[in-house]
Every structure is written in C-alpha cells, then in structure tokens.
Design a protein around this ligand. Structure first.
Ligand code: HPA
Length: 273
C-alpha cells in the first residue's frame, strides 16, 4: 500500500472505536455551515490536529474536525470544516478526510459548500442540488500510482451525484417548501474569487455555480464507491453578476443566514437515508 493509503488507514484505525456497527452517514460542512454539527446528540469530536499526519484548516469559519453523533435517527460522521487547495495543501491532503470516511465503511456522503451563483435565479439564499460538476480546473486526487484498495485506475464519473439521493433531496425539499434548484458546480483552485470574464467562461462551459471545494472530494468518494450527494448554499451572485465586490465575510454571513433552511433540508434528507 502507498503512503496515502497508510495515512488514511492510520486515522481510520484511531476513529473506528467511535463508530457504531450500524450504518453511518458522512457529511462534509462548507464555509459558514459548520453549525449543523452542533445539532448532533451525544457528539464526540476529534480535531484533525489529533490525527497522525493530518492537514489542519487555516480558514476562518472552518474548524477542521470530525464530529460523531446522532440526528434524525441516524449516526453521522461529520467533517466540520475542510482543508482547501488554496491553503497550499496537496489534493491528496484535501481529500484525506473523505478517504478516511470511505475506509470507515461510510456508504453515503453528503457534501455541502458555499458557492457563487452563475445561472439566473441562483441568488443568495438559494440552495442548489448538484447534478454534476466540472473538476477540470483542479488537480485530480487520483493522480499518481493507483491505490487499488480505494478503487480502480479509471473510475467512471457518469453519475457522480447519485440519482436516488438527488430524488430524496428534491422530495425532502418539496415537502418542506424549500426551493432546491438542480445545477452544475464548477470548482476553481481559489483563493481569489473569479474575474467576471472567468464567470462568463464558466457559464459557457455549463456551470451554474462556482466554488473552491467539493468536486475533488466527490471524485475521491466515487473512486471508493461511496454514494454522493452535493448541496451548495448560494451565498452571492458570482463576480460581475451582482452589485459590488465579493468578500469572505459576506460569504460566511450569507451562509449563516441560510443556515436554518439548510439544516432543515439536511435533517429531512438524513431521515430518509
Ligand atoms: N466564488 C468562489 N467560491 C465561492 C463563491 C464565489 O463566488 N462564493 C462562495 N464561495
């Protein structure tokens, strides 16, 4: 086994005693959305810094820890905060927490993020259900020697976001009266927000929303055979489409304003899994 496998396996071995034998749902929380982990009952948290050779988040609004606990009758393994390519971490570091969830046998992963809306109607406060993604602007987490224990050399990515999970998310949203719009997410390396010309380019490529995470994590998760669902919290119109400049503070506060709808949707979706 290679070094990446060994790092994931060492962390999984440390965390395994905290998981029950029953079905565990994985959840990764994006910028400003970390409060969802506070809803868990009997939470046990493990900071990334307490795990061997683990990347530690440097971004305000991203705590960087695993939180285990129950919600809606399910046991959850939550990534509260993530690390990003723009922090200088390698893509292998960025997807390490997701691979640990895979080695822990988590079958389903809900990936969430804050994103800029490109498509008409994707205004701040809207939630977007990922139907697909564009990962062509970021390095692949699968580069280098293939780790057969994770998955095949050339994995299929025709349906990254599981149709059955998408249906469940849409039906949960309908029941709650939450506007959940299907769309394609494009990941950039960040950390600069896009230029208006880049946003126009991404639109012509088929992107509905843009952000700095998620797609590479989804690729690593699909490589390991996890069923993935992705939800973006649209925090702003992408550069050039709204009024004024973009800021991380605005993104965080907009995500927090959407937190209630986001929490209700996630809770209802988890109850259906
Ligand atoms: N661009 C990239 N990442 C983002 C944005 C954006 O407009 N909003 C929130 N995360």
């Amino acid at each position: 086994m290679g070094a990446v496998y060994d790092r994931a396996a060492a962390a999984a071995a440390q965390l395994r005693p905290l998981l029950p034998a029953s079905h565990t749902v994985g959840v990764a929380l994006g910028s400003g959305l970390g409060g969802f982990a506070d809803l868990l009952t009997d939470p046990r948290s493990v900071p990334f810094a307490d795990l061997p050779d683990f990347p530690v988040s440097t971004v305000p609004g991203h705590r960087g820890r695993f939180v285990f606990g129950s919600l809606s009758g399910r046991f959850l393994a939550v990534l509260q905060g993530r690390v990003h390519l723009y922090e200088g971490y390698s893509v292998e570091d960025v997807v390490l927490p997701v691979r640990v969830l895979g080695l822990l046998g988590v079958p389903t992963l809900l990936l969430t993020n804050a994103a800029g809306g490109i498509a008409p109607g994707l205004d701040p406060g809207t939630l977007m259900l990922l139907t697909d993604h564009i990962a062509s602007f970021v390095p692949s987490p699968l580069r280098g020697p293939n780790e057969e224990a994770f998955g095949p050399r050339f994995p299929d990515m025709t349906q990254v976001y599981a149709p059955a999970l998408r249906e469940q998310a849409l039906s949960a949203a309908r029941e709650l009266g939450i506007d959940l719009r299907p769309g394609v997410y494009l990941q950039t390396p960040g950390p600069a927000y896009e230029t208006p010309a880049e946003v126009r380019l991404y639109r012509t490529l088929g992107a509905d929303a843009v952000g700095m995470s998620t797609a590479c994590e989804a690729v690593a998760a699909r490589h390991m055979g996890l069923a993935v669902c992705g939800i973006s919290c649209i925090t702003n119109r992408a550069a050039g489409l709204g009024a004024g400049p973009l800021s991380h503070a605005e993104v965080q506060s907009a995500a927090q304003r959407s937190a209630q709808a986001f929490h209700r949707l996630l809770r209802a979706l988890i109850a259906r899994l």
